[in-house]
Design a protein around this ligand. Structure first.
Ligand code: MSP
Length: 511
């Protein structure tokens, strides 16, 4: 089994913000979960460095596009480990090997008869690097996303015959209903296709900053075709993922990981992924990805958070104060994955206190503390309480089924219900009362063994969301095994526990 997950590649015209962090975190949760299942996983993220948005931003700063790209690519590259993201490779579209693949694949699209010369005339948003159809233009000839005035473009281009894929795309949507989720986005893409597809520019004539068109040196490829191909090109030159079986060095990863299992994107780039991308792959005779999942926007004060709108919440600041795990948890817990949701410092602090600190943090500290206090740190050799076993039955499978559908918030909720169940169990059983009565020693043994095993089980399942904290806690339980097959309540065999500092301190060291 193999699993290949991608994020969009981010534009280097600006610095990373929470919106970018969001998709990277989500992809990381999926990658880690699949590694827990013992699958071979490849997780790709990177930067989109060509095109007008980058060229314009560099021009405004009075520097070369390559210089801006180098500068900002570093910041995106640095963000991933700060988020705890375990990506196997970081692609940059200025990588020579990527450019070669773009040229090769798009030449094949031309040889297959899907490219012709023409003149484009229409409205264009330089921030989106996108041509707008009449029904996509806001009042005052403005971009609906960036609210800036659209320019009128007339240019001789090579065109991609998108219209030739109207029927194949309709068939794709009919035959593979799970190819794009959530359903609202599937419907949106399908109705766009049904409304009639027009051919689109494949190259830009006046722009210099892009991948040169091999058959006409006056043109560069339109940035979106260059960018989309990153998902494919990366597998041709990325090094082997960590932990890959020996002897695979130098092997082309395409054979093992293509087609991609999941592309994660937000709805701003739906049309490119849901329409252009499958059409392009069909034109190049390349197998289509299995799934696209479209998450919503993180909103601040009701607007999409974006650098160009200037309303960003700084992920670096949050991580510095509370750690990456808290941010990962907050974003996937507070905003239902797949829907838009508002984020704020106030709601972050609320989740941190009431759930991470008071629910999980307390459960961990009091479980460990009671075993230390009543049994000198040795976990009693008792079976798990059947009353609780029932509430945990089938949990790893349910979590896996949700994550298979990229339902990351629902999966987390499944786990969190069990965190709450364990806290209720503590209250119901009141181990401190059992400890006062020698005749109830066996009951106390069972309660403590059940609690610590329940804690282990939820912690293994939480690892994709809270990797650092989960590893620390499992270390204290002497149970480092992360395999999903052993996440089941009762599969563990903890012998001793040791105390650790609070997992989610209420007063941060710096605050
Ligand atoms: N370079 C293109 C993508 C090419 S993919 C072949 C691009 N880059 S971007 O820097 O603008 O990143 C867009 C993506 O960043 C969104 O699709 C989403 O994954 C993430 N987000 C950026 N802002 C976001 C929010 N405010 N909320 C949620 N996700 C956000 O488009």
């Amino acid at each position: 089994m193999s699993f290949y997950v991608t994020t969009p590649i981010y534009y280097v015209n600006a610095a990373p913000h929470l919106g970018h962090a969001y998709t990277t975190i989500a992809a990381d949760v999926m990658a880690r979960h699949h590694r827990q299942r013992g699958e071979e996983v490849f997780f790709l993220t990177g930067t989109d460095e060509h095109g007008e948005p980058v060229a314009d931003a560099a021009h405004a700063l009075g520097i070369e596009p390559q210089e801006l790209a180098d500068r900002n690519a570093e910041r995106f590259k640095a963000l991933a480990p700060q988020l705890g993201a375990s990506n196997d490779f970081f692609i940059r579209t200025t990588d020579r090997q990527h450019e070669a693949t773009v040229q090769e694949v798009l030449s094949r699209v031309r040889e297959n008869g899907f490219v012709y010369e023409g003149t484009y005339e229409g409205s264009y948003c330089p921030r989106c690097a996108d041509f707008k159809a009449e029904n996509e233009i806001d009042e005052g000839n403005r971009c609906p996303i960036h609210h800036i005035e659209l320019t009128r473009e007339q240019e001789d281009n090579y065109f991609f015959k998108l219209s030739a894929f109207q029927e194949p795309l309709e068939r794709l949507y009919a035959e593979r209903e799970d190819w794009l989720a959530p359903r609202t986005r599937y419907n949106e893409a399908l109705s766009f296709i049904r409304s009639g597809l027009r051919d689109v520019p494949l190259t830009r004539h006046r722009l210099k900053w892009g991948v040169p068109v091999p058959w006409d040196s006056e043109h560069v490829f339109y940035v979106w075709f260059d960018a989309l191909l990153n998902y494919y090109s990366a597998l041709r030159y990325a090094p082997q993922p960590a932990g890959a079986p020996q002897g695979l060095a130098g092997e082309d990863l395409l054979g093992r990981f293509w087609p991609a299992s999941y592309h994660l994107i937000a709805k701003d780039i739906l049309r490119f992924h849901a329409v252009y991308w499958p059409a392009l792959l069909m034109a190049a005779e390349i197998e289509l990805p299995e799934h696209i999942f479209v998450h919503g926007y993180l909103l601040m004060e009701g607007e999409k958070m974006s650098k160009s709108l200037g309303n960003v919440l700084d992920p670096f600041a949050v991580i510095e104060r509370y750690g990456a795990d808290a941010l990962r948890f907050y974003l996937l817990r507070d905003v239902p994955f797949g829907q838009d949701g508002s984020v704020s410092t106030a709601s972050f602090e609320l989740r941190y206190e009431s759930e991470l600190a008071n629910e999980l943090g307390n459960l961990a500290s009091r479980t460990i503390a009671m075993i230390v206090r009543f049994r000198d740190g040795t976990v009693p050799a008792a079976g798990v309480d059947p009353a609780l076993a029932e509430d945990f039955a089938g949990l790893p499978e349910r979590v896996a089924a949700q994550i298979d559908r990229a339902e990351l918030t629902l999966a987390l909720e499944e786990i969190w219900q069990r965190v709450r169940r364990l806290n209720r169990y503590v209250e119901e059983q009141a181990p401190w009362r059992l400890a006062r009565d020698d005749a109830r020693a066996e009951d106390l043994d069972r309660v403590l063994a059940t609690l610590v095993e329940g804690l282990r089980s939820v912690t293994v399942l939480l690892w994709p969301y809270l990797p650092q904290s989960a590893e620390r806690l499992l270390g204290a339980l002497g149970a480092p095994d992360l395999a999903l097959v052993n996440a089941r309540l009762g599969a563990g065999s903890i012998e001793r526990v040791s105390t650790i500092d609070s997992l989610f301190p209420k007063e941060s060291p710096s605050g």
